[in-house]
Design a binder for this molecule. Structure first.
Ligand SMILES: [Zn+2]
Length: 70
């Protein structure tokens, strides 16, 4: 049987990221690659931003504790 190893809750290193937010134009960006929990590469198709420091993780927008499953 091949299954994913269970991760302890609270472990955020290897979570899946749905999208990034481009800080330059505040648009969701789906063209990116994650590298060990950090943004490896990203490209904003709206404004052409390719600077990974100018993106943030889409999941982390706003407060962290709304609709969090128990
Ligand atoms: Zn942009």
């Amino acid at each position: 049987m091949v299954d994913r190893p269970r991760r302890p809750p609270g472990e955020t290193d290897d979570r899946e990221i749905d999208y990034l937010i481009c800080k330059q134009c505040n648009s969701p960006c789906y063209v990116f690659e994650m590298d060990k929990g950090n943004i490896g590469e990203a490209q904003c198709l709206v404004c052409g931003n390719e600077d990974v420091t100018m993106f943030e993780l889409g999941e982390e927008v706003g407060s962290d504790d709304e609709s969090r499953p128990r």
